[in-house]
Unconditional design. Structure first.
Lengths: 112, 114
């Protein structure tokens, strides 16, 4: 069963718009939620992460909004740039468990 | 510091062959992971080592997939025998360990089984 779900599968936005990528999870024990960014031909790389004690985390143009009650989170990419075109993975883990459970990813295309 | 190094970048195998993929984690990292990536299934965990001890071997992948950590700086993933459905990108990742730690991924090995 898919413990971490992402939507949409693919998303196209225009340069300068805000892209919104969604993620939901099933396991209430999850308390750490990183987002990874992957470009073609490369491995995923950590973009930004949040712990469940927070409801928002910002890093430049990237913001995570977290709703623990609904078990949902979203990644907002403000002022999207063509260089942001990549696949974004939401992941989750709990406690000292280093194993991450990944969603299937959202492929973002930013058109100029 | 060198990142995670995976070799080879591409591998083509005939059905039934044995192939070995290699990974060198980031120096000093305690955790090492092998993932398989496909468009349909996404990232699936194959094996997880902590301080060279096998913590998880990915359940459904037990039969033909075997990962080993020969020492703290080298790991292999053996697929024996290969099947066409094994065609995928195999990713190795490492982290310091102890949870909430950044996973550092290699660039992967793209395996094609004919």
């Amino acid at each position: 069963q898919q413990q971490v779900r992402q939507s949409p599968q693919s998303l196209t936005v225009w340069e300068g718009e805000t892209a919104i990528l969604n993620c939901s999870y099933e396991n209430s024990a999850f308390d750490y939620f990183p987002w990874y960014q992957q470009f073609p031909g490369e491995g995923p790389a950590l973009l930004i992460s949040i712990l469940s004690v927070s409801n928002k985390k910002e890093d430049g143009r990237f913001t995570i909004f977290f709703n623990k009650r609904e078990k949902k989170l979203s990644l907002h990419i403000a002022d999207s740039q063509p260089g942001d075109s990549a696949t974004y993975f939401c992941a989750a883990s709990w406690g000292s468990n280093a194993k991450l459970t990944f969603g299937k990813g959202t492929k973002l295309s930013v058109k100029s | 510091d060198a990142g995670v190094t995976q070799t080879p970048r591409h591998e083509v195998a005939e059905k039934g062959q044995t192939i070995i993929l290699k990974c060198e984690p980031v120096s000093g990292h305690n955790d090492l992971f092998w993932y398989r990536q496909t468009k349909i299934q996404g990232l699936e965990l194959l094996s997880y080592f902590r301080s060279k001890s096998l913590m998880e071997d990915g359940g459904a992948f037990k039969d033909r997939f075997k990962a080993e950590m020969l020492n703290s700086s080298f790991s292999t993933l053996k697929i024996q025998p290969t099947e066409p459905k094994d065609s995928a990108v195999y990713l190795c990742a490492s982290s310091l360990g102890w949870g909430s730690e950044t996973l550092y991924f290699g660039s992967g090995t793209r395996l094609t089984v004919l």
